[in-house]
Write a protein that binds this ligand. Structure first.
Ligand code: COA
Length: 351
């Protein structure tokens, strides 16, 4: 039977580290000011979220989301021993795409040097749940023989669309820039527990107004009604979030989807090597571990030093802990994710 295997993983974060203390002094161009620009402090951020620092791209206006994705993709391809020319499908998850359209998948395809018609490109908009949604798509497309080498990418350049004033502090402190990628392909095997063995994706559109970044509303005339030089008066340019509703729904969605993943597959935590949750808030992940009765030593996080990189978080965290020597080839991962939409989901797979 054809089953989907993870052939390689790669990740990339920019070099610039922005600590909680430095963040307080940055303007919208990420330049340090003499006086604080955001009324916040390291103790508040760490206590509520566990975040100590995050990464930002250089503030020279030269880097796009696709550039972060390119770095992560090249690392994943090298890890898999697969040439870019072998990729016949890209699935690209991002809430910070290079442009409104076309999707960033085709931009990445061109940067990888594989444009020309032999590689399909999907862009998916499931925000922090992109990895599980994308993995489910890749798994279905590979198992049915449609594609043989799928590049699943999550990349985010958040730092250009955050509000560097006190008004936006609840959101701005949470997010960082980064990218991750996975190469997936088929293997003919009778081992029902190998490779990608479970994916489940959920959505509840009644949460659509609780976390979003509108920029424009197409129903309006003119559909863009702000002056981009007057960012302070233009709320649509910045993310909007009902933090408490997101917090509570994230815990519920991640607990229930994790428990269901085990129930459906008949597995227990003895069968799972690592729990790698989406990285939105360390306090959310601690509650999920507690309520879902997950062995705490199996939970892997990176939010402390990368913040929330949305579509990138899960393979980014796996890759980080692989480089630290914890995650090893063949380890079985259970992931659960939650994000804007609301969307959420869970997956079990071997790396
Ligand atoms: N620094 C200092 N104070 C801040 C702050 C910051 N960065 N952000 C908010 N505050 C203030 C608020 O203004 C409020 O002040 P007030 O009581 O004077 O009005 C106070 O802190 C409490 O705000 P509240 O929103 O109730 O805080 P909270 O305990 O809910 O924590 C979050 C805020 C954002 C950390 C939390 O709601 C959260 O993590 N939610 C989930 C976010 C998330 O995961 N998003 C991505 C999902 S994929």
């Amino acid at each position: 039977m054809i089953r989907t295997q993870v052939l390689g993983i790669g990740s990339y974060v920019p070099d610039r580290i922005v600590t909680n203390d430095e963040l307080r002094f940055l303007n919208e161009r990420h330049e340090r000011q003499a006086e604080p620009t955001i009324q916040t402090d390291d103790a508040w951020i760490q206590q509520r979220t566990g975040i100590r620092e995050r990464r930002y791209v250089a503030n020279d206006g030269q880097t796009s989301t696709s550039d972060l994705a390119l770095q992560a993709s090249q690392r994943a391809l090298a890890d898999a021993g697969v040439a870019a020319s072998e990729i016949d499908c890209i699935i690209f998850g991002s809430l910070s795409p290079d442009f409104h359209f076309p999707g960033t998948g085709v931009v990445l395809q061109q940067k990888l040097g594989i444009s020309g018609g032999n590689c399909a490109c999907y862009d998916i908009r499931q925000q922090c749940s992109s990895f599980v949604y994308g993995l489910q798509m890749a798994d279905a497309l590979i198992k049915t023989g449609v594609y043989k080498r799928v590049l699943l990418v999550g990349a985010e350049l958040h730092s250009h669309s955050l509000d560097f004033t006190t008004r936006g502090r609840d959101v701005t402190v949470l997010f960082g820039d980064g990218a991750s990628a996975m190469v997936l392909g088929p293997q003919d095997t009778d081992d029902a527990r190998s490779g990608v063995l479970y994916t489940a994706a959920y959505a509840d559109g009644s949460g659509a107004n609780d976390l979003n970044l509108k920029i424009y509303e197409i129903k309006r005339l003119p559909y863009l009604d702000y002056d981009p030089k007057d960012r302070d008066n233009n709320k649509l340019m910045y993310p909007h979030m009902d933090g408490k509703r997101v917090f509570l729904n994230a815990i519920r969605g991640m607990v229930m989807s994790s428990q269901k993943a085990l129930a459906v597959t008949g597995m227990t935590w003895d069968d799972i090597t690592w729990f790698v949750p989406h990285q939105a808030n360390l306090r959310i992940n601690e509650k999920v571990v507690e309520f879902a009765k997950i062995p705490p030593e199996k939970a892997l996080n990176t939010i402390q030093f990368y913040g929330n990189t949305t579509a990138a978080t899960v393979p980014l965290t796996i890759d980080y802990w692989r480089q630290q020597g914890k995650v090893k080839k063949g380890d079985r991962i259970l992931t659960s994710v939650f994000g804007s939409g609301f969307t959420w989901g869970a997956a079990i797979f071997q790396v």
